[in-house]
Design a protein around this ligand. Structure first.
Ligand code: PGA
Length: 250
């Protein structure tokens, strides 16, 4: 069922120059016009734009997030790295962690767990990405992969209140290929069951990410128990991003 509580997260990845900032004006106007709830649209630009976005979205309904962090929670001698403490200081309220593009660069479940711990300790909300690769899907081990990623990633995390899970099949990211509705439903169920095994009373929100666009948003948003989208490529285009929001929230 489509609804007005859907969350839309724009993951700009390694895109976005100062001149691109005006692109978000249209989105801002749309969100303000419509009786849109606060905190349902979150922009995650590269680190270099966090502060600028923070000023731009001050007193608006849009929040901002970072796309990754170092696993050391504090300040320290880590050239080129950004800690959750620095992210928090930029005005961001969220951080995307466990994205497959970082997992393939060598990020392990253990490192992701350290990053999640650090983010929560610094009062950031975590958008925790999980999902199977094409190889894992073909080997029919998707459920095992999801269970492993979640239980290791959330190991020793006391409360899941500030965690949102994004189910992102790796083979769907940036490919234009989207899983069948029943596949998404089944994998959301696995995620839900794993979460409730770890914490009985958790009401963790689950998003879908992977080639979401204006043509498929309406269909995917009908999936029961889906709370929103993590959107890469299409979020760079304000018209497409607005279209996705429109098609999924009525
Ligand atoms: P995509 O990316 O929408 O371009 O497939 C999604 C993501 O990687 O978060």
């Amino acid at each position: 069922m489509t609804n007005n509580n859907m969350i839309f997260i724009a993951n700009w990845k390694m895109h976005g120059n100062l001149k691109d900032i005006s692109k978000v004006n249209l989105v801002l106007k749309f969100i303000n016009q419509k009786k849109f709830k606060k905190n349902k649209v979150i922009y995650c630009p590269p680190y270099t734009l966090l502060n600028t976005f923070n000023h731009k979205f001050k007193n608006t309904k849009i929040l901002i997030g970072a796309q990754n962090c170092h696993d050391h929670a504090d300040y320290g001698p880590f050239t080129g790295s950004i800690s959750t403490k620095l992210i928090r200081n930029s005005g961001a309220k969220f951080v995307i962690l466990g994205h497959s593009e970082n997992r393939t660069e060598g990020e392990t479940d253990h490192i992701i767990n350290k990053k999640i711990t650090s983010a929560l300790n610094n009062n950031l909300k975590v958008i925790f990405c999980v999902g199977e690769s094409l190889r894992e899907k073909r080997k029919k081990i998707t459920s095992n992969v999801l269970r492993r990623q979640i239980s290791k990633g959330l190991n020793k995390i006391k409360s899941f209140k500030n965690i949102i899970i994004a189910y992102e099949p790796v083979w769907s990211i940036g490919t234009g290929i989207v899983p069948k509705q029943y596949e998404i439903e089944k994998n959301i169920q696995t995620i839900k069951k794993t979460i409730s095994r770890l914490k009985k009373k958790s009401n963790t929100k689950i998003l879908y990410g992977g080639s979401v666009n204006p043509n498929n948003a309406s269909e995917i948003s009908k999936i029961r128990e889906l709370d929103g989208f993590l959107i890469g490529g299409a979020s760079l285009n304000p018209k497409k991003f607005i279209d996705i929001i429109k098609k999924s929230s009525n």
